[in-house]
Ligand binder design. Structure first.
Ligand code: FES
Length: 159
């Protein structure tokens, strides 16, 4: 049976790690999706030597992030949702957008800004080539939580 690993978070509740797959298989596939603990659809991906895990459906409208490209914006690696091109940082789940510096100055100059954490990020642990995810169970609501219901699982499963 898989080892139980405690989360490094300061939560007093014990957190359980769920087996996702062999690291070499995830590297080969680039990304995998898995229903974790019967309750959460999680995308695990390997990019530039690092494993990341996040809610599978985009916080904006439930888009299928597993089909998104990964690109760098403002020095941060982001998954770009294939539905409406929202950009989400892999490490923090922050939504990035381009803001206009000063609308009175032409030509307009834009810079990347963060909307804050919008996509729930989960902790990935590797033990002897096996990859585990520990669900982030902080009670603070994150927008991507909305798309983790049975309804979206059924409607969007094949999206
Ligand atoms: Fe992802 Fe709209 S659903 S950008």
């Amino acid at each position: 049976s898989p080892p139980l690993l405690s989360s490094s978070s300061s939560s007093s509740l014990p957190s359980v790690s769920h087996f996702i797959g062999k690291k070499e298989d995830i590297i080969k596939a680039g990304r995998v999706t898995k229903l974790v603990n019967g309750c959460r659809d999680v995308l695990v991906l390997f990019h530039q030597g690092q494993l990341h895990a996040m809610d599978m459906r985009c916080y904006h409208s439930g888009g299928a992030l597993q089909h998104g490209d990964i690109e760098e914006f403002n020095g941060r690696q982001c998954i770009v949702c294939p539905w409406h091109k929202y950009k989400i940082t892999l490490a923090e789940g922050e939504g990035l957008y381009q803001a206009v510096d000063d609308p009175t100055v032409k030509p307009l100059r834009t810079r990347w800004r963060s909307k804050g954490v919008k996509q729930r990020i989960h902790q990935v642990t590797e033990v002897n080539g096996d990859v585990y995810v520990t669900l982030d169970d902080s009670i603070e609501a994150i927008e991507s939580d909305v798309y983790q219901t049975e309804r979206y699982r059924t409607v969007l499963l094949k999206a």
